[in-house]
Write a protein that binds this ligand. Structure first.
Ligand SMILES: Nc1ncnc2c1ncn2[C@@H]1O[C@H](COP(=O)(O)OP(=O)(O)OP(=O)(O)O)[C@@H](O)[C@H]1O
Ligand SMILES: [Mg+2]
Length: 342
């Protein structure tokens, strides 16, 4: 019992100053009213006993509340709660209860975010290794076959070398994409925004793709826009965006047309790349911007994609304060678009 009282009094020492001031005030009051004669020994003892009694009571309450809080903190530390609603404090501590719940939710979200990040990193590494392995194995295979005698076989030697070369090119593309992604994500990519004439810019770019489209018998059309229309952006980075979009449009279209155009809106120019290709199923539309995501893996491999293109496109468009939008119907075609400031 004495130990209990001692513990209570220690806990209540935060109120000591208040109690001393209270006791001194009472003594001073009595002194003012009755003079020195009013203050005698029993009165002082009475005051001290009364104060100790109250301090003990307050200390006890304080300890009880502190124990309650400690219990909750321990429970959180031991992952006892799965939901913030399970955290309950007594009525006096309701204000604190809300703060603890908020903290609990925040910590839970942070942990989940970190776990997701960790998972993404592992997946990313697995994907990168997988993508690197494919061309490296192929190159190794061709070189070994050549070394084992095929080099003297006029029928295949050139063919094998050109295939190996083709794979080194894809390796190079993959590495460039990876470098871009890492630069963008670490915030190291310097952007240089300027106004530029969009018509001339797109016309030149689209022209570069004429031979590729022709090879697949696709009609590649650029619809001219007011030649004085100026849009605001980083020309080099936007080139990457549009090249990616047109490349995709050509890759994923078997027959028909690819159209590139600018819609002249009051405050923006909206750049559109539209195709009449295979389209993207609704359940994949939101995922195509994820790194390495491909709708049809086998088909993508045949046309040589790694699934990084649109991830880069999204980053660059967002760095322009804009958003990339997709509309697609399976079997009918796809339209990618984004706005740039006028
Ligand atoms: N215009 C399109 N029509 C149909 N599907 C598309 C189109 N553009 C993209 N996709 C789908 O989205 C996926 C992701 O596109 P993304 O450009 O990121 O990768 P990729 O073209 O496969 O490879 P990379 O661009 O890295 O060479 C593609 O694999 C394809 O399935
Ligand atoms: Mg692509």
């Amino acid at each position: 019992m004495w130990n209990e009282i001692k513990k209570n009094l220690i806990s209540a020492r935060v109120y000591l100053v208040e109690f001393l001031s209270f006791d001194i005030s009472i003594v001073a009051l009595i002194f003012l009213l009755n003079g020195k004669s009013g203050i005698d020994f029993p009165l002082i003892i009475l005051l001290i006993v009364f104060s100790l009694f109250l301090l003990n009571y307050l200390g006890k309450r304080r300890n009880r509340e502190l124990d309650e809080i400690k219990q909750i903190i321990n429970n959180i530390r031991e992952n006892y709660y799965s939901n913030s609603d399970e955290i309950k404090l007594s009525r006096n501590l309701l204000g604190l209860q809300e703060s603890i719940k908020l903290m609990f939710r925040k910590t839970k979200n942070d942990i989940e975010y970190l776990k997701r990040l960790q998972k993404m990193r592992t997946e990313f590494l697995a994907n990168v290794s997988h993508e690197l392995r494919t061309p490296i194995f192929a190159i190794q295979g061709y070189i070994e076959t050549l070394l084992n005698g095929a080099i003297n076989d006029e029928n295949v030697n050139k063919n094998f070398l050109s295939k190996a070369n083709h794979h080194t090119l894809s390796l190079n593309n993959l590495l460039n994409d990876l470098i871009d992604i890492s630069m963008i994500e670490s915030g190291e990519m310097r952007m240089s925004f300027r106004y530029f004439k969009i018509d001339e810019y797109l016309r030149t770019l689209v022209n570069e793709f004429a031979p590729v489209a022709e090879e697949k018998n696709l009609k590649l059309i650029y619809y001219p826009v007011n030649e004085n229309l100026q849009l605001f952006g980083d020309k080099d980075r936007l080139r990457q965006v549009i090249v990616n979009l047109i490349n995709n449009a050509i890759k994923y279209t078997e027959a028909g047309t690819i159209e590139v155009l600018v819609e002249d809106e009051p405050k923006f120019g909206r750049i559109i790349v539209r195709d009449s290709g295979v389209g993207i199923p609704p359940e994949d539309v939101n995922r195509i911007f994820e790194r390495f995501y491909r709708v049809d893996k086998a088909r993508s491999r045949a046309v040589g994609g790694t699934g990084l293109g649109l991830a880069i496109v999204k980053h660059i468009v967002e760095a322009h304060g804009s958003k990339i939008e997709v509309k697609s119907n399976v079997g009918e075609g796809t339209e990618f678009s984004f706005r740039l400031k006028k």
